[in-house]
Design a protein around this ligand. Structure first.
Ligand code: FAD
Length: 327
């Protein structure tokens, strides 16, 4: 059985858990066909309706008043109790901030192995082992890792790596409530208050159109033109690590291996060379336009439309044309 941890925040499911259910359903066809989704919190039974629609064959709602606010101690203990009572062969978690915190702690308690930040998962047809692939040696090669001796085989996967399956609104799966044994003493950290960060930009993984800039954009001020283009197209801006390192963009707008994985309908890469670590975060975009003065830049090879030239006059022209079309 494959178990998928579905993270919720303030009673809302994060997409990554649902993406992982989709992948688990695909993988389970080569195993016993069983996919169990697990969600933790307090008074969250209503979440089972949405989870049902994504293909899990069982749903476990782990509820306890001490799981109301996320603490690593309570969540690790609660999940540990569920995992040891269910004994899954495979356990998948989203590589979110909390998934990255829970994964290694669970792996250590379960005395098993964990492959973090996987970019692909497959089942080996002969051994039926989970093949966990992730970039290694600074992204210079892809390593496929197995966990042959211990169970569960554990992996974390970043949001957006697998597509969100189409929900089947007719599908209903009965949820089973699991009440973990937890006490105040188990929890070393007391959460007093959660203050949400106010973001100027929308989460880039949710954007349908992304205008991304790299070192070739040249300055922070130049990014204002990219913002204007993105706004006219109804999308958002993002960038390469070079643009983030230069201080032109905040880190949460970085696309790539150490940034976010995005798969928008349209990705416009401006002044980005297309290093492998950048491609890892955007190559699944539906349509890619690259603007670069170097026709040999790697991004030009994967682009659906490669425009060779200095980006600034091209983008100015695009903005002008879009404004004319809209008037
Ligand atoms: P450059 O490679 O410097 O490319 C600039 C491009 O702009 C060039 O192709 C140039 O021809 C073009 N250009 C210049 N002037 C103009 C102009 N006027 N008009 C048009 N085009 C112009 N990178 C990421 O992006 N995301 C990651 O998550 C990431 N993670 C990494 C993790 C590791 C472990 C490592 C080692 C590296 C990582 N990197 C990541 C860095 C990556 O290797 C590249 O260094 C980086 O992506 C380069 O950014 P860039 O394309 O903006 O800059």
């Amino acid at each position: 059985m494959i178990m998928v941890y579905c993270e919720q925040r303030n009673g809302e499911l994060l997409n990554v858990g649902l993406e992982l259910i989709g992948k688990a359903v695909e993988l389970s066809k080569d195993l016993d066909g069983e996919v169990t989704a697990v969600v933790c919190g307090n008074k969250i039974t209503q979440l089972s309706d949405k989870i049902s629609q994504y293909g899990a064959t069982r749903i476990i709602i782990v509820e306890h008043p001490l799981l109301e606010k996320y603490t690593v101690d309570a969540y690790t203990e609660a999940l540990y109790q569920v995992i040891t009572s269910e004994n899954p062969d495979i356990l998948l978690l989203g590589a979110t901030l909390t998934g990255r915190e829970l994964g290694p702690r669970l792996a250590a308690r379960l005395r098993t192995g964990l492959t973090a930040d996987c970019t692909n998962l497959e089942i080996d047809p002969e051994s039926k082992l989970l093949l966990m692939t992730r970039p290694a040696f600074g992204g210079n090669l892809m390593a496929t890792i197995i966990c042959p001796e211990r169970r569960p085989q554990m992996a974390t996967i970043r949001p957006g790596v697998f597509p969100l399956p189409k929900p089947d609104t007719q599908r209903e799966v009965e949820a089973y409530v699991f009440t973990p044994k937890l006490s105040e003493e188990d929890i070393k950290v007391k959460v007093q208050q959660i203050i949400a960060k106010v973001r100027k930009h929308k989460d880039i993984t949710a954007e349908k159109i992304i205008v991304a800039g790299g070192r070739g954009v040249g300055s922070k001020e130049n990014f204002e033109l990219l913002e204007e283009l993105a706004e006219l197209l109804g999308g958002g801006i993002a960038g390469s690590r070079a643009a983030v390192d230069e201080g032109w963009l905040p880190k949460d707008l970085q696309v790539g291996q150490t940034g976010k994985v995005v798969r928008p309908k349209l990705y416009i890469a401006i002044g980005i060379s297309g290093a492998i670590q950048h491609l890892a975060g955007m190559q699944e975009s539906e349509y890619i336009i690259a603007i670069n003065k170097d026709p040999e830049a790697p991004i030009m090879k994967i682009a659906d439309l490669a425009i060779v030239g200095d980006w600034k006059p091209i983008v100015r022209r695009l903005i002008q044309q879009l404004k004319q079309t809209m008037n």
